[in-house]
Design a protein around this ligand. Structure first.
Ligand SMILES: NC(=O)C1=CN([C@@H]2O[C@H](COP(=O)(O)OP(=O)(O)OC[C@H]3O[C@@H](n4cnc5c(N)ncnc54)[C@H](O)[C@@H]3O)[C@@H](O)[C@H]2O)C=CC1
Ligand SMILES: O=C(O)C(=O)[C@H](O)COP(=O)(O)O
Length: 386
C-alpha cells in the first residue's frame, strides 16, 4: 500500500509507516498526477481535493480509496465527489481547537496592552460557537468576560436561547471573533458573512478577529474601512486567496499572522493521529500508535509567580511563555518584505516552530500570588500553589 502524505504533516512515518510505503510531497504540489499511484492520500488545508483532481487521477488508473485531512476545516475537499467514487473520507474535528483559543486570548491580551484597555472591560462576540467558538466562550466566561454567541444553525437545532443574531452581536460587542467554517451556499452560507454592509455597522473602536476562514470576511471592504476611517482594529490569521494575500490589508491589520492560529504541536499531532485512527479503521486494522507516543515534553513546562502582578499582566506573562503572537506577526512582516507576500506567507508556515498549548504550562503560585489561581485556571493553565 502507498500512502501520499503532505510534507507538513508531523509524525507521518510514526503513524502511517507501519501501514505501507509513505511518500511525502509539499501540499501545494499534490495534484492528480501525484495521486495516480497511491492507495491513500493524507493532506492538510492547502491541497484542493476537488472533483477534477479525483476524476483525473482515477482515469489515469489511481487506486485511491481513502482521503484524510488532518485539519478541522474541510472546505478544500469535495466530499460529494469522493463519495460518488466510493472513496472514504476522514477529517480531524476539534484537533487544534485549543490552539486557536490560545491564539485568540494571546492576541486580545497583546492588543489590550498596546491600546491601553483591559480585556475584562470588553464584551466579546463569538460568531460560530462550535468546537473552537464553544471552547472560546467557555474560557472567556470562566475569565469573567461578558460574551455573546451567534450561531444560527445551532440556534435552529437547540432553540434561540443563549444565541443572538449577527446584527445584534455587532451592535453590542467591542470584539467580534469569527470562528465559522467557509460555506459557499445555503441558508447559513458564510462566504463574506462580514460584507461591506456589516463592516460599515462596526462601531468605532471595535476589534474584528478572524481565525475561521479568510473568505468569511470581504477583505476589500475591510481594507477600505481600515484605510479610510481607520477607526477599527483587525486581527487576521486567515485571508482571502492565501498565500497570495492582499498586501495592503496585511499592512493595515494590527496583528497579521499566516494561518497559524491552530499550529500547536499538540493540535497537529492530534490531527495526524485522528486521521491515522480513521485509516486503520477503514483498513480493518488495530490502532497500534497512541497519541501519547508522539507528544514530547514541552520546551517550557513550568513558571513560578511570586505575586506583584496585576491580573491581566500575569495572564499575558503566562500566555507569552507558551506563545508570543508578536513573533508570528513580525515574522510574516519580515518574510513578506524579503520574499514577496505569497512566498513569505508559505515560508513562515513551513518553518513555523510548532508551539505547545496553554495546558502544557504548569504555573506555580507562591503565597502572595494565590489570588491569581482562578484566573490562570480559567485561561487554561495548570496551577499549583505553594
Ligand atoms: N485559523 C486556523 O488555524 C484554524 C481555522 N479553523 C477554521 O475554523 C472553523 C471552525 O472550526 P470548529 O469550531 O472546529 O468547527 P465546528 O464545525 O465545530 O463549528 C463551526 C460552528 O459554526 C457554526 N456556523 C455555521 N454557519 C454559521 C453562520 N452562518 N453563522 C454563525 N455560525 C455558523 C456552526 O453551526 C458550528 O457550530 C473551521 O471550519 C476552520 O475553517 C479551524 C482550525 C484552525
Ligand atoms: O484545521 C484547520 O482547519 C486549519 O485551518 C489548520 O490549522 C490549517 O493548517 P494547514 O492545513 O494550513 O497546515
Amino acid at each position: 500500500m502507498r500512502i501520499l502524505v503532505d510534507a507538513n504533516v508531523p509524525a507521518a512515518d510514526a503513524c502511517f509507516g507501519g501501514l505501507g510505503e509513505v511518500v511525502r510531497l509539499p501540499g501545494r504540489e499534490i495534484d492528480a498526477g501525484a495521486v495516480r499511484d497511491v492507495d491513500a492520500l493524507v493532506v492538510r488545508s492547502i491541497t484542493r481535493v476537488d472533483a477534477a483532481m479525483v476524476e483525473a487521477a482515477l482515469q489515469a488508473g489511481s487506486r485511491l480509496r481513502f482521503v484524510g485531512t488532518c485539519t478541522i476545516g474541510t472546505d478544500h475537499v469535495d466530499q460529494a465527489a469522493l463519495s460518488r467514487h466510493g472513496i472514504a473520507f476522514a477529517s480531524a474535528p476539534g484537533c487544534n481547537a485549543e490552539a486557536v483559543v490560545d491564539y485568540v486570548l494571546g492576541s486580545l491580551l497583546t492588543l489590550a496592552e498596546r491600546q491601553g484597555w483591559r480585556l475584562a472591560d470588553r464584551r466579546v462576540g463569538v460568531v460560530g460557537a462550535g468546537s473552537v467558538g464553544g471552547r472560546l466562550l467557555r474560557r472567556l466566561e470562566a475569565l469573567g468576560i461578558d460574551c455573546l454567541a451567534c450561531d444560527p444553525p445551532r440556534a435552529e437545532r437547540e432553540g434561540a436561547q443563549g444565541f443572538v443574531g449577527l446584527a445584534s452581536l455587532i451592535d453590542a460587542c467591542d470584539v467580534v471573533c469569527l470562528h465559522t467554517p467557509l460555506v459557499a451556499e445555503g441558508p447559513h452560507a458564510t462566504h463574506h458573512l462580514l460584507d461591506a454592509e456589516r463592516i460599515a455597522e462596526l462601531a468605532p473602536g471595535t476589534v474584528v478577529l478572524n481565525a475561521g476562514r479568510g473568505a468569511c470576511i470581504d477583505g476589500q471592504a475591510l481594507r477600505q474601512r481600515l484605510a479610510g476611517q481607520g477607526d477599527i482594529t483587525a486581527v487576521l490569521d486567515v485571508w482571502e486567496h492565501e498565500p497570495g494575500i492582499d498586501a495592503a490589508l496585511h499592512d493595515l491589520a494590527a496583528i497579521a499572522t499566516p494561518h497559524i492560529a491552530g499550529y500547536s504541536l499538540d493540535g497537529k499531532l492530534r490531527g495526524t493521529h485522528q486521521v491515522y485512527r480513521e485509516l486503520v479503521r477503514h483498513l480493518g486494522l488495530p490502532a497500534r500508535v497512541t497519541l501519547a507516543d508522539l507528544l514530547p515534553p514541552p520546551p517550557v513546562s513550568h513558571l513560578v509567580l511570586h505575586g506583584g502582578h496585576e491580573a491581566e499582566e500575569a495572564l499575558r506573562l503566562c500566555a507569552r511563555a507558551v506563545h508570543d503572537v508578536r513573533r508570528d506577526h513580525d515574522s510574516l512582516l519580515r518574510e513578506s518584505r524579503r520574499r514577496g507576500m505569497a512566498r513569505g506567507f508559505d515560508a513562515c508556515r513551513a518553518s513555523y516552530p510548532l508551539r505547545r498549548e496553554f495546558s502544557t504550562l504548569e504555573v506555580t503560585l507562591n503565597e502572595k500570588a494565590h489570588e491569581m489561581a482562578p484566573l490562570l485556571e480559567a485561561a487554561g493553565f495548570r496551577v499549583t500553589m505553594v
